[in-house]
Ligand binder design. Structure first.
Ligand code: 4AD
Length: 456
């Protein structure tokens, strides 16, 4: 029969019987005859058999070459990452043998399409780190062909998809704000300048302000865009370019925002884990992963300061924390690791937060703001209510020494039908570092950008 062209991962009738030296066409339970294209992920030669693990993105498939096929020049010189076409029958894996999806291809014909180099240039040598992460980053294009790096990318795709699914279930509209801007959102110190014809522009730090302007025509809105930060510190959770999942919710209270966020995080995880292939990859990457328990632990900033003092966790210089201090990354991580469950850290002092955050009525020292902290990663999301009063917003510009003129389009939201509303932003790479148990956000994006690295 004519071979049916398939992608790995598709299901089909499998043949069964003993593996023989020659492919056994007389078996009564012959499998589906297929044609597959992909790259040699691994190859293992035995006396009479050549095992090839094929990768085509849809999965991995063990291909078994026997008899005369193993003696051909192409089989004898086959290298990893060569692209290849194979035809044969799909069989169950015999007892005592293992292969993904419990099946293997009994090959009767193959062609090498693009031969990959062997010897010193073999991919296995290229991606040998020798303890040097920079070498691996230089070879990121090849590292991505490895199972762990690839698995993280598959989970990234699934998580982004899950956010889209959940937002659409909730009736949110997706918009696409610009990356080139002439205003700041999160302070002037992390702006990237870009020459823009005869003017100066920046790469956006967050789409938030533009997203807010979509509320009046769209209602609740979201976007998934790149954000850029000229971070001058090298940490395992800071990138210069990252994927930012942001949303704005109209006519809400601060409590509504917190409830929505908890639901959002849990729904995104459920949708992601409902895809068997992705759930298996998460299990491989993070075998201890468990759905977070609800409700998340609420903790006001002032309580966190007390907690740090009680636990003897001080600032870098060793001094104890006091109200008004920015909680450093190391201290925040200790807090999340000891509490070991998701935390909503809320009500930060307005001096250490962005201009657009409103003060809490009960305690005007603090803002209606929150971060979501996850064990071993720390902050994965930041959000707040937004100042909805014109005069208060003008005061905020003044306090933050921001000239209001370039923000006229933002200020107009307070003039043309203001409303109580709020929003937030997730760093997708940090979300993935937590979900996939990766040490650094550099391992949870395709090509990390951070101070000192903008290639390949
Ligand atoms: O807390 P941030 O700075 O908040 C904002 O940008 C708001 N404008 C978002 C909003 O309300 N729409 O950043 C939000 C999240 C952080 O919690 C973190 O997950 C991620 O963005 N993030 C980074 N991720 C990687 N590298 C960086 N340099 C990041 N800076 C922030």
């Amino acid at each position: 029969p004519k071979a049916q062209r398939i992608r790995l991962g598709e299901t089909m009738t499998l043949g069964s019987g003993e593996r023989t030296k020659e492919v056994n066409y007389s078996s009564p339970d012959r499998g589906t005859r297929v044609q597959v294209f992909g790259r040699v992920h691994r190859e293992r030669k035995q006396a009479q058999v050549l095992f090839v693990t094929l990768c085509d993105g849809g999965g991995y498939l063990q291909c078994v070459l026997t008899g005369q096929l193993t003696k051909t020049f192409d089989a004898l010189t086959l290298t990893r990452e060569s692209s290849i076409m194979l035809k044969g029958e799909m069989w169950e894996v015999p007892l005592n043998a293992h292969a993904s999806d419990n099946r293997e291809l009994h090959v009767d014909y193959f062609e090498v399409i693009g031969k990959a180099p062997g010897g010193d240039d073999a991919i296995t040598y290229k991606v040998q780190a020798k303890g040097d992460p920079q070498t691996l980053l230089d070879q990121r294009h090849l590292v991505l062909r490895g199972e762990t790096a690839a698995a993280v990318m598959f989970v990234q795709d699934a998580v982004e998809h899950a956010f889209n699914v959940k937002y659409h279930e909730l009736g949110y509209v997706k918009v696409s704000p610009p990356a080139l801007v002439q205003t700041q959102v999160e302070g002037g110190s992390t702006l990237f300048d870009v020459p823009y014809y005869a003017e100066k522009a920046y790469l956006t730090q967050s789409s938030q302000l533009y997203l807010e302007t979509a509320i009046p025509f769209a209602g609740n809105v979201y976007c998934i865009e790149k954000s850029f930060r000229a971070e001058k510190s090298l940490t395992r959770r800071h990138l210069s370019e990252y994927t930012h999942i942001e949303a704005e919710l109209d006519f809400i209270t601060f409590d509504d925002l917190l409830n929505h966020l908890e639901d959002m995080i849990c729904s995104v995880l459920s949708i992601t884990l409902s895809i068997p292939r992705i759930a298996a990859k998460i299990q491989d990457l993070n075998k201890d992963f468990q759905m977070p328990e609800r409700p998340f632990t609420p903790m006001r900033y002032s309580e966190a300061i007390d907690w740090l003092r009680e636990h003897g966790i001080g600032k870098e210089e060793g001094e104890p924390y006091t109200f008004g201090d920015n909680i450093a990354e190391a201290a925040e991580r200790k807090l999340t690791d000891i509490i070991d469950r998701p935390i909503f850290l809320t009500h930060f002092p307005h001096e250490i937060k962005s201009f657009y955050m409103p003060k809490e009525k009960a305690d005007p020292r603090v803002t209606e703001s929150m971060d979501c902290l996850m064990p071993s990663v720390g902050e994965i999301m930041g959000g707040s209510m937004r100042i909805d009063n014109y005069e208060e917003l003008m005061d905020a510009y003044k306090r933050h020494e921001m000239p209001p003129e370039p923000y006229y389009w933002y200020t107009d939201q307070r003039r043309y039908g203001t409303s109580p509303y709020g929003g937030y932003g997730f760093g997708l790479e940090r979300f993935l570092a937590w979900l996939c148990k990766q040490h650094s956000v550099r391992d949870t994006c395709l090509y990390p950008r951070y101070m000192g690295r903008c290639r390949p």
